[in-house]
Design a protein around this ligand. Structure first.
Ligand code: ZN
Length: 321
């Protein structure tokens, strides 16, 4: 395969912790045993597949829904244990693995403390939140302690998709969910859920309070770069609170290529956000092979300098790798 001539850091790469997935019930799409095997591996299989594609570093995160659907009495303790186990896996391969932690969002103060513990004790690069927290969007002020702490620690929070709220699935997708289960998931449902979360966080005023908060979105920004002009223009019409959607989105948000290897979509992101806000990711092993993603990046119509920024330079700076 053709590999770009620069280090490669992939930042939305998943695994499953068996003590956490034990709590999942009926919320996961069917997937092959092969993907499961990769998800539960934090060693040789993962490294083999990274090597086959020339990926130097994976920033590893749990898969959806992570700890976002657990009550506080379970989530707080379990999140610590899950993060400690991931830290041990990273310590075994410190040159190849880094991590985003899980947060017990059911108790936002504890989630903020856990973020700080992960970063200061384990050297984690930030944390990932998967979809709504027990039926609530996480822009509500009760969740702001997490953003205050992320800003203080200067680490990003990654908003990752999860299954839409059951009320949304019922109204929007139920008619087609049986024949097309993925329409509820990456084909559309994930996108709507995650883009809505990002828009809501901007509307909430969190970025006025925490102007240096950094949020990462996967999947080339969950459609938002394509819609930037329209959202920004609409929110400037009379009758709205003053707000520059464009200023906040292009300053405080970073986007990754996870599961979305399209030249037109990437170029739209570069044009709206600037190349410094784009980072490489595969979404392995939900995207079951790293190689097509790396081959795609090798051939994107950007300069070698810009490709190197996306492939590792921006991650080094944003995550201090
Ligand atoms: Zn993912």
């Amino acid at each position: 395969m053709k590999k770009p001539n620069c280090p490669i850091i992939a930042i939305e790469e998943h695994y499953w912790d068996p003590e956490l997935t034990r709590h999942y019930t009926g919320i996961e799409a069917p997937r092959g045993a092969d993907v499961d095997k990769k998800l539960y591996d934090l060693g040789s299989l993962r490294l083999q597949e990274m090597d086959a594609a020339g990926i130097d570093v994976q920033v590893i995160s749990h898969g959806a829904p992570s700890t976002q659907k657990l009550p506080a009495d379970i989530a707080v303790k379990l999140a610590r244990e899950v993060n400690d186990r991931l830290a041990a896996a990273c310590a075994a391969n410190p040159r190849r693995f880094a991590a985003f932690g899980v947060l017990p969002t059911a108790n936002p103060e504890a989630a903020a403390d856990e973020l700080e513990r992960c970063v200061t004790k384990h050297g984690f690069k930030g944390a990932m939140i998967h979809g709504m927290a027990n039926g609530e969007f996480v822009d509500l002020p009760k969740y702001w302690p997490i953003y205050a702490r992320a800003e203080k620690l200067d680490v990003p929070i990654y908003f990752h998709p999860s299954l839409p709220d059951p009320r949304v699935t019922e109204v929007y997708y139920q008619d087609y969910a049986k024949d097309f289960p993925l329409v509820v998931r990456p084909a559309w449902g994930f996108t709507v859920e995650t883009a809505t979360q990002a828009i809501r966080l901007i509307l909430s005023g969190a970025f006025e309070k925490y102007p240096n908060l950094k949020i990462i979105l996967g999947h080339l920004g969950e459609t938002l770069p394509f819609l930037m002009w329209r959202i920004d223009a609409a929110l400037r019409r009379p009758g709205q609170k003053p707000l520059s959607f464009r200023d906040i989105f292009s300053k405080n948000f970073y986007l990754t290529t996870s599961g979305f290897f399209s030249n037109p979509a990437l170029l739209c992101c570069v044009m709206e956000m600037g190349v410094d806000h784009l980072l490489f990711a595969v979404d392995w092993p939900f995207v079951p092979d790293n190689r097509p993603a790396v081959e795609w990046m090798n051939g994107v119509p950007l300069s070698d300098e810009d490709k190197a920024k996306i492939l590792s330079g921006n991650a080094r700076r944003l995550l201090r790798l």
